[in-house]
Every structure is written in C-alpha cells, then in structure tokens.
Design a binder for this molecule. Structure first.
Ligand SMILES: O=C([C@H](O)CO)[C@H](O)[C@H](O)COP(=O)(O)O
Length: 453
C-alpha cells in the first residue's frame, strides 16, 4: 500500500502516471479537499491559500467557479499551486472525453464527472483521462440508486467515487453519511464524501469509510478560513476525539439557527420576501418564536389578552388590530406574557404604557403607540390566518424580530429557510473579513462585472 502525498501525485506523462497509480486503494491518511464554490477567481486563490495553510490537501475548483471563470480558473489555480492536487468539478454529464481533456490540458489532476452520466460518457471520460494522465472522480449527486450506481462505477474503472449530497439537498435536511456507510460496504474503490461537512461531519465521514473529505462552505465561507481548515484537519486526523452533539428536535434546530442569524439574512434567504411592512421595534431585543395569531377590532383587547393564556413558552403573539389609534396592548398584558415565557409580541395596531413595557423588557414590535385603550368586547379570533404588516401569518409560522424589523417564515419551509439563512450569514461574515482587510464591497463582489447586460 502506498500513501498518496497531497500534491505529490501530479504527472503529465501518461505512462508515468499509470505506473505511479497502479491501483486506487492507496490513500492511507485521509485527504482534505477544499471545494472553492465561489464566483471570483482572485478571492478563490486567496481562500485556497488560507485553507492550505490550515491543512487542506487537495484543491477543488468548484462548478460555480468553473462556470464563472471557465478553464482559466484551473490554469490560474495550477500556477498558484504548482505542487498541489487540483480537481476540476466539471460535473460532466455528456461529452466525457472532451471535458476531461479540457480539464487536463488546463492543469487539473482529477476531473469530476457525474456518476449518473451514461456508461458511454463515463467510459470515454476514462479513456481520455488515461490518455492525458489524469484521474476521474465520479460524483453520485442526485443518482437515483446511489448504491447500485457505485458498484457499477467501480466496475467501469473510475478512480474515486464521491458520495455527495448537494448544497440544495442539504438545505432540506439530507446528509451523506448514512449512504456513505452503505456504499463503503459494497465497494473497495476510494471514497470521497461531500455535503455540508463541518468538523463533526468530517469525523463521522472518516469513521464511515471516506478517504477524501470534501469541505466547501464550512471552510471557504468562514471568517477565519485557516482556523476552519485546521478544525477539519484535527477531526479528520483524530475522528475519535470529536464530540458528536445532539442537535435536538427539528424545531429546536430551527430556533437555534434563527437566533444566530439576522432578519436581513432570513429575508435574503427568502429572496426578499417575508419582511413585515410598517412594523418597527418598540422594545428592542432579538425575538424568535412560533406564532399565535390574533385578529381583533378597533381597540378590542379581549382576544389579545386571551391569546396569552393559549400561547406556550417560546411563542410569539402576532396581532392584527383594526385601529392604530386605540391601543389593544399595554403593561399588564406584557407582564402576563413574561409570566408565561412568551418570546415577544408583534402588533399591527397600537401599544400603550410605553414606560412600563420598556422597563419590563419583553421584545415588542408595533406600528404605533398611543395613551388610550379600548374595551374587552370579545370580537375576533385566535389562531386564524391573519395579515399583519402586509404578511400572511398562520399559527405556528416562525416569527423573527431584531433591530431591522420582523420577518415571517412559513412553518412548512422553516427548516430549509433557516439553513439557507445560515449560509447567507456565513457568506457575509467572510465578506466582512475581506472588507476589514481593506477592500470595498464592490471590488470584492466584482459588482461591475455582474451588472445585468
Ligand atoms: O460540489 C459541490 C456543490 O455541488 C456545488 O458545486 C460542493 O463543492 C460540495 O457540496 C462541497 O461543498 P459543501 O457542501 O458546501 O461542503
């Protein structure tokens, strides 16, 4: 058994290449492959340098970067990292030979093609790879029968198989580890794994049989890329020492993420939807919870106050009151809510007793304040679908408030949108770090280049 030294296996001479890699069972220490899924090449080179400093071995030019910058992305990376293994994530689905040739001639050591491509594409890609002295990794992303396909791909002769859950699939809760375990029992080809891996996921992946641990966002979008890569290095090298934490229920996971991210991150993840109009923080404080809705009429505060008894700990009471000139909420209702552990209140309408509610400290978001209240007549409904701040709100939807305002996340999409908001948050942290080093936002994002033509 030979160990593949990171970067030490590149060779342009096909004969030398073939004799140097007679089999595919030769990685002993797991490899960390950093996946550069960015759009800007200069940033990608810088991030790759930081990742390598933290212990990343192989450098993958991600599909978005290849689409944005073409084969020049491979040439540039090859020049910047003459001794590293460079992978081109072509995700080839047809014309296998041509795409492998392009990647090889641009300087890649490994071309990544789709495992679900037709056998004819895989075989021709392999012929081309042998001709140009490069290796082929087949990516199982979205393969309908991944275990069966892994067995076929091994028989076809690919060098590596990547058990991969794509970024969009991760957002709806899929992860690659269980399928990796099953596949590692069926094939002996070297397995790579990718799909939202963090330090914990990397440790699990190594224990499940991966020899190449591919990490994208959790390294490249970190505000400290080198530290993030070091953490992955530690997990991959000593997987037994990594604590696997219990993530709790889906609801707990969603709440935890919403507490970490901002309403602006969430609104971006929702493609600019979800923000309430005309609702502003009155008593400031981060608010995350599930909605108990109240529909009531001009100053009638019976249903608003009854909703406090129906709400559970961690809920947010969301009220539509017909009038902005008569308060349906005040200090006594606020104190009752604190007793029940309610997370906050959102009111399209009016609040009074501002001195008291400010002292009590429960987060309150509203459209108006007035001194006068109405009467508890009892008209209205609790937990019907309402419109508040021009957004439809159903009981159980997630309501998040902070300094910027309030967003509503429909409960059916809450997990996915929380995950996507977290990705937005990570991307912004990295860009903040780059601006701190002296760039400007438009330079870093290459705004001019991406203006619509
Ligand atoms: O291949 C990838 C994806 O399909 C986009 O091109 C990613 O590089 C891969 O999933 C690794 O990235 P993370 O999932 O962010 O770790």
């Amino acid at each position: 058994m030979k160990k593949i030294k990171p970067g030490g296996n590149r060779c342009k001479n096909p004969i030398f290449h073939i004799s140097r890699f007679p089999d595919r069972g030769d990685i002993i220490v797991p490899i960390i492959q950093v996946a550069l899924d960015l759009l800007e090449l200069d940033r990608a080179v810088e991030i790759a340098k930081e990742a390598v400093a933290g212990g990343a071995d192989w450098i993958e030019i991600g599909t978005p970067l290849i689409k944005s910058e073409g084969m020049d992305s491979i040439r540039t990376m090859r020049k910047a990292f003459p001794d590293r293994t460079i992978l081109a994530d072509m995700k080839t689905v047809d014309t296998g030979a041509m795409e492998v040739e392009m990647a090889a001639k641009a300087g890649a050591d490994v071309a990544i093609i789709l495992g679900s491509a037709d056998d004819s594409t895989i075989l021709d890609a392999l012929r081309s790879a042998h001709k140009y002295g490069v290796r082929v990794m087949a990516d199982l992303i979205s393969a309908p029968e991944p275990i069966k396909r892994a067995v076929d791909l091994e028989a076809l002769g690919v060098d590596y198989i990547n058990v991969h859950v794509g970024i969009d699939q991760q957002m709806v809760g899929k992860d690659p580890i269980s399928i990796l375990m099953e596949i590692s029992e069926k094939v002996s080809v070297q397995l790579a794994v990718a799909g939202g891996l963090d330090a914990e996921g990397a440790a699990k992946a190594v224990k499940a049989g991966a020899r190449i641990v591919i990490v994208g966002g959790n390294i490249t979008r970190s505000d400290n890329v080198t530290e993030a890569a070091k953490k992955i290095r530690q997990s991959v090298d000593s997987p037994e020492s990594v604590d696997i934490r219990d993530r709790g229920t889906v609801d707990q996971e969603i709440r935890e993420i919403f507490k970490e991210v901002s309403t602006s991150n969430i609104s971006d993840a929702m493609h600019r939807k979800g923000a309430m109009k005309g609702i502003h923080p009155l008593v400031r404080g981060k608010m995350v919870g599930t909605a108990v809705t109240v529909q009531c009429f001009a100053g009638d505060w019976a249903k608003t106050v009854e909703a406090i008894d129906i709400a559970k700990e961690g809920d947010v009471i969301v009220i539509y009151n017909e009038s902005k000139d008569i308060a349906c909420w005040g200090g006594l209702a606020t104190l009752s809510s604190l007793n029940k552990g309610i997370a906050g209140v959102v009111i399209e309408g009016a609040v009074r007793d501002i001195d008291e509610v400010e002292t009590l400290g429960l987060p309150i978001y509203t459209s108006n304040t007035v001194p006068n209240a109405g009467d508890p007549k009892g008209f209205g409904e609790i937990n019907a679908e309402i419109t508040c701040g021009s957004q439809a709100v159903k009981a159980g939807d997630y309501i998040i408030g902070d300094e910027s305002g309030v967003v509503v996340v429909p409960k059916e999409q809450a997990y996915e949108l929380a995950r996507r908001a977290k990705e937005v948050n990570k991307t912004e942290k990295r860009i903040f770090d780059e601006i701190r080093r002296g760039g400007t936002l438009s330079e870093i994002m290459e705004l001019k280049k991406w203006e619509k033509l």
